[in-house]
Design a protein around this ligand. Structure first.
Ligand SMILES: [Zn+2]
Length: 132
């Protein structure tokens, strides 16, 4: 994407992370923003502070910020993989790729499908199931 669009996303993400108390990420992102805005790093290049275009987009997906709000399926905690058939007696293994204040990113170790599990959905899933 172009520098102007990426700078705007970095700015939005910085505020969203600060609201959630992720101050270490905010500090790193400030460095990335400075380097981007002064042309020290191009939008497609990785700045060696751990931030990149791909990670900005990943955090937009995790925090469900537009235009990436619907990139990951949102499911209740401890959900099984939506793609793999459920074997009788033993569940397909799901691992936590990343945790953030509102929940976690779950990844199926068999097919690689990723989705979000939000703590706010805990306890609401039964109701949603019954009313559908
Ligand atoms: Zn799977």
């Amino acid at each position: 994407m172009d520098r102007h669009s990426l700078l705007a996303m970095v700015d939005t993400l910085g505020r969203a992370l600060a609201e959630r108390g992720l101050h270490r990420h905010v500090e790193e992102l400030r460095v990335y923003w400075l380097a981007l805005s002064r042309g020290l790093v191009g939008p497609g290049q990785r700045l060696n502070v751990g931030w990149s275009e791909a990670l900005v987009v990943e955090w937009f997906r995790l925090l469900r910020l537009p235009p990436h709000a619907d990139d990951y399926l949102v499911r209740p905690p401890s959900s099984p993989c939506p793609r793999c058939p459920q074997a009788v007696g033993h569940a397909v293994e799901v691992k936590t790729a990343l945790t953030f204040p509102e929940g976690r990113k779950a990844v199926c170790t068999v097919c690689g499908t990723a989705w979000l599990e939000l703590d706010a959905l805990r306890g609401r899933s039964d109701h949603a199931t019954l009313s559908s």
